[in-house]
Design a protein. Sequence first.
Length: 252
Amino acid sequence: MKILKYEDEKYEILVQKDVFIKDKIKGDYYKNNLDSLTDEQLSHFKIYKERVSSKFFYLFLCFTAVMFILNYIYLMKLQKEISPLIYGWKPWVIVVVYFIVNVVLHEMGHILSLKFFGKNFNKVGFKLNYYVFLSFYVQMNDTYMLSRNEKIIVHLFGLSTNFFVINTLEIINQLTISSEPLTKAFMFFSATLFWNLVPMLNSDGYKILLAFLGLDEYCQAKTNHWLVLTIQIIGISIALNTVVHWILYFVK
């Protein structure tokens, strides 16, 4: 089925696998089944024009995959050659600055790709995933009004930006100054990117998986798909396990 769209001053409606409705005045989002629209209503819809072709979409996926593979191969090589331990405060400054810059670039990747598709983000801030894991986030409710491929690009663009930047920076580092602290910062941040690809704990990998499968996460747990519930249960288990280990650590 082709993607359909309707928009007026009050509402924006996207018909894909389901019917997604944005109330422009209240800023609320709704989801209905396809049979909620009559044939007469559908006659007012137009075919949704994606801003990127399927060819570009798959090229983007291939580019990100290549960046990931090169990063992984080089990281495995470094782990055999360099100790991950860091001594002294100056190398830690480099690592902290490295992380801050790349986290900002990561979120900017999400924001700019969302804006490219004509949508806006809601807010930027910090939160505790599962009330345990601190994370910097961009709330992007407008992704509901994008096609599946566009959603995947937006959720993946932060990771793609990071892989490209840190791989390029490390190549420049090895060819010029050969800074070990910079290489260690590359190693640590690469590890966080791999974890962010794992589809759990509200990670980018989790959002990409849901977009790929055409699933959504609802506030009421009972309404979620079994796969979403499974991932949520795993996430809660990891969070509880982490809290228990922290408590045992501080008690000792």
